[in-house]
Design a protein around this ligand. Structure first.
Ligand code: SF4
Ligand code: SF4
Length: 114
């Protein structure tokens, strides 16, 4: 039986199928200052090193994004669908697709409506 974690039960809830597609498509993976501190500690890096080596300015220059690998996928994606920082992943990652999404997201995301 599937739980319905959304507080608003009038809205559909999309349950992630862990396809990993959202970790592969282009764009920012925004991280807040607090998330930088948390993720840096989680991966065992000094914060300054983490900012230098694992982040870049986001597209609208309002903050930091996790960098992409040369193939375009998120730096922390391991294999097809495993997030190296799953336990401390950014709110942006956790919020997709229920908290935020974009036009056409259903074509790329394999989450199922429950
Ligand atoms: S931080 Fe993890 S969940 Fe977020 S895009 Fe990167 S690999 Fe995916
Ligand atoms: S694209 Fe959708 S189903 Fe695939 S991992 Fe991301 S949220 Fe989950």
């Amino acid at each position: 039986m599937n739980a319905h974690p959304s507080l608003d039960k009038t809205k559909p809830y999309y349950q992630c199928q862990r396809c990993g597609n959202c970790c592969r498509w282009p764009g920012d993976v925004n991280v807040t200052a607090e998330e930088v501190t948390t993720i840096a500690a989680y991966v065992g890096m000094p914060e300054e090193d983490f900012i230098r080596d694992c982040t870049r300015l986001n597209a609208n220059r309002t903050g930091l994004s996790i960098i992409d690998k040369p193939n375009g996928e998120c730096l922390f994606l391991e294999g097809v669908n495993s997030c190296r920082i799953q336990k401390v992943k950014p709110v942006q990652c956790a919020g997709f697709p229920n908290v935020w999404n974009f036009p056409g997201w259903r074509e790329k995301c394999e989450a199922i409506e429950v």
